[in-house]
Design a protein around this ligand. Structure first.
Ligand code: SF4
Length: 339
């Protein structure tokens, strides 16, 4: 196990399998058009698998597949099967917008996927369409249902809470999750790359979320657990557990063991990092596992990133990256590096 400069181990790898997405959420991809990664640069499944072998030898035991929207990548179950077979990877999960999940849930489970998180921010059809620019709420709800029947170890619902958009839906979302036995996690709106419409006023804080839920459900108790997971978990008096990911007002960089691999093989040490390490180039040039290991080791050992904490310390916060800079370097987009 290797540690970075702040003593944080390398354990968690988020792999974006595509930068493409079938939705255009206002908080992630609000623009009309985007610069996409060249197709020839996208890692083949065998290449991703080879890199995961190297990461696993260095201590990574949790892998999450992301995008863009991972289910738009053709034959994703093949990658899931390759990764599920690795003894070092004890947790294999996927985050999806759910649009294509109804058709794919069973196949993904059969291929060895353990856990699924579905992004769902509203249960109101017209609002869903305004937020994502696609009339697809019923497909997402069917996808969620299919996932809850497919036998995954856990199904979760991630809801980004934005003032003026969906802060009035905390209770309905929680109730929907409860019906499906899917834990709901409320996420503070983050000023990551691509969130070009972000402003501090639109952030609904953890304190506010807890206040709203306490007014409806009564006392809320924190769940105490040892974990590097980003969500703090809470329990209602009836036993329902939910999470809050307070990346904006109470960042958790101090325990962050996550890094991110883009679909074209750039390795980022933080969601906010300006630059990543190219692993595709050396891999395609024939670098040995030992050489890749040493590249990754030296990168992680030098890591001092704590992007969200640094953002919190700023007085005047505005969107992280201006739109013209995003156009020049799509790697700065959250949909490219995986949220
Ligand atoms: S901002 Fe960076 S260091 Fe902090 S939790 Fe997110 S990925 Fe980790």
């Amino acid at each position: 196990m290797i540690s970075d400069k702040l003593g944080r181990p390398l354990r968690n790898l988020r792999i974006s399998v595509t930068d493409r997405c079938n939705l255009r959420c206002q908080y992630c991809m609000p623009e009309k058009d985007y610069v996409w990664l060249p197709r020839k640069d996208i890692l083949a499944f065998e290449e991703t698998s080879a890199l995961v072998d190297v990461f696993a030898e260095l201590g990574v035991d949790k892998v999450r597949l992301t995008g863009g929207e991972p289910l738009v990548r053709r034959n994703l179950t093949e990658l899931v099967r390759l990764l599920a077979e690795k003894p070092g990877i004890r947790d294999l999960a996927l985050t999806t917008n759910g649009v294509l999940l109804a058709e794919q849930a069973e196949g993904l489970r059969a291929a060895g996927l353990r856990r699924v998180t579905v992004s769902l921010d509203t249960l109101v059809p017209r609002r869903f369409e305004e937020l994502t620019r696609m009339d697809a709420l019923s497909r997402v709800l069917s996808g969620l249902e299919a996932a809850s029947k497919a036998g995954f170890e856990a199904v979760k619902i991630d809801s980004v809470v934005i003032r003026g958009i969906n802060e009035d839906e905390l209770v309905p979302l929680l109730e929907h999750g409860r019906q499906l036995r899917a834990e709901v996690r409320f996420i503070e709106y983050m000023d990551v790359g691509g969130a070009t419409h972000w402003s501090p006023e639109k952030v609904v804080s953890r304190a506010e979320i807890l206040g709203t839920l306490a007014r409806r459900y009564g006392p809320i108790a924190p769940v105490t657990e040892e974990s590097s997971a980003p969500a703090e978990r809470f329990r209602l008096s009836d036993g329902t557990v939910f999470g809050i990911i307070a990346s904006t007002t109470a960042p958790f960089c101090a325990s962050c063991d996550r890094s991110r691999l883009t679909a074209d093989g750039l390795w980022f040490l933080c969601l906010y990092a300006a630059r990543g390490t190219d692993l595709r180039g050396p891999l395609r040039a024939g670098a040995s596992a030992e050489e890749l290991k040493s590249l990754i080791t030296s990168g992680w050992r030098a890591r001092v990133d704590r992007g969200a904490e640094e953002r919190l310390a700023l007085r005047d916060r505005s969107p992280l990256v201006p739109i013209d800079t995003l156009r020049r370097d799509p790697h700065l987009e959250m949909h490219t590096r995986g949220g």
